[in-house]
Design a protein around this ligand. Structure first.
Ligand code: COA
Length: 359
């Protein structure tokens, strides 16, 4: 290969946006209806507030908001495929992605959902990269969107404090592995032996085919928080080490660690375990909670808007979720058009002044 020949084919990040619904639910508001308090929530999770959709809204509404901003960020008015990764699809059938594609004026593009719970965004990135490097698609819109407020029991104090609604989206184009923004290496994994740690029992074929009566609680999200916590720390760190090893990177090569925003204690434990200084860990869980498949692109959009992510930064993305599933990805941050909107008032978060986190 001549010296100036491009590297191997790769999917390259060229657009990014995050969006959360305007309605904010603070810890204090939760404490008015649940037996909990702000100090307990902050100490155990690092979360101060989260955003929730209004009655009548659904995941596709979040996905459309993030998706149109990501397309604008990429300067793109068409894509070959739309992938929505979510645990809260608008309904079991059909998938949410075709609805989102049509509403974005992208009818005709391939459109499908990816389900990997909170690991969905990393699985979706790998899927989009596969479509691009195999030549099936030249440009892909990938949206992580979740509305956990629709599946969490509002009276369940263990879970109602953790989750928030939101969406984050990226656009990927065909390019080369040596370009900034090229995604990969990946590490993806699962362990279905622990399927019962994070579940929504009703709504699928298993319970329907038994003919059992659907109990109210079966429609709600259930999680064995303590066990999930332990798996999240160990599996996330293992996956991060694996992807670094396969790429020949050391932990010192990582400028920014962008983990799934599950809970600040998990983020700090993994960061410490990896031997990374905590200031290299990107965290916005305090202001949005755990937004499931949206959490990594929302964290990226926030960090880009705050300019704590800079072109040339080497990133390690890592996620963990129900399944169990986990996954990691490496990339170098590219130059990208980032619109941060009006200047923030001192000490306010981008979410305070509107819903657009970056586009
Ligand atoms: N406010 C006050 N007390 C609460 C509470 C709340 N919101 N939620 C639970 N408690 C109580 C429990 O009932 C329990 O009381 P008991 O000792 O009288 O039985 C006590 O606090 C301790 O519960 P425990 O579950 O051991 O707390 P914890 O320190 O493990 O924190 C989580 C609970 C859910 C915050 C924690 O397990 C966690 O973060 N897990 C990971 C969840 C996660 O991030 N999942 C997403 C992965 S993708």
């Amino acid at each position: 290969m001549p010296d100036n020949a491009p590297g191997p084919a790769a999917a390259v990040l060229c657009g990014l946006a995050g969006w959360v619904p305007p309605r904010v639910v603070t810890n204090e508001e939760l404490a008015e209806r649940l037996d909990t308090d702000d100090a307990w929530i902050r100490t155990r999770t690092g979360i101060r507030r989260r955003h929730v959709i209004e009655p009548g809204q659904a995941t596709s509404d979040l996905a459309v908001e993030a998706g149109c901003r990501a397309l604008r960020s990429a300067g793109a008015d068409s894509v070959d495929a739309v992938i929505v990764t979510t645990t809260t699809p608008d309904r079991p059938c059909p998938a949410t992605a075709p609805t989102v594609a049509a509403r974005l004026g992208l009818a005709g593009a391939a459109a499908f959902d990816v389900g990997a719970v909170c690991t969905g965004f990393v699985y979706g990135l790998a899927t989009a990269a596969g479509l691009i490097t195999s030549g099936v698609a030249g440009r892909v819109l990938l949206i992580g969107a979740d509305a956990y407020s629709t599946i969490v029991d509002p009276l369940d104090r263990a879970n109602a404090i953790i989750f928030g609604d939101g969406a984050g989206a990226v656009v990927l184009r065909a390019g080369h592995a040596d370009e900034p923004g090229a995604v990969g290496r990946f590490d993806l994994g699962s362990d279905g032996a622990h399927e019962d740690l994070i579940t929504v029992a009703a709504g699928g074929s298993r319970q329907r085919s038994t003919g059992d009566e659907v109990r109210r609680g079966d429609r709600h999200f259930a999680m064995r928080g303590n066990e999930v916590y332990r798996h999240a720390v160990t599996r996330t760190a293992e996956s991060a080490r694996t992807v670094l090893r396969t790429a020949g990177w050391t932990i010192d090569d990582v400028d920014r660690f962008v983990p799934h925003q599950a809970n600040l204690r998990i983020l700090h434990s993994v960061t410490d375990d990896l031997g990374l200084p905590r200031e290299r860990c990107v965290a916005n869980v305090d202001s949005v909670g755990n937004t499931g498949a949206a959490s990594i692109p929302l964290a990226l959009a926030d960090a880009a808007a705050r300019q704590t992510l800079r072109p040339g930064d080497r990133l390690l993305l890592t996620a963990f979720g129900g399944g169990l599933t986990w996954g990691s990805c490496l990339l170098t941050w590219p130059e990208m058009a980032v619109h941060t909107g009006p200047e923030p008032a001192p000490h306010t978060h981008p979410h305070d002044r509107g819903e657009e986190t970056a586009s």
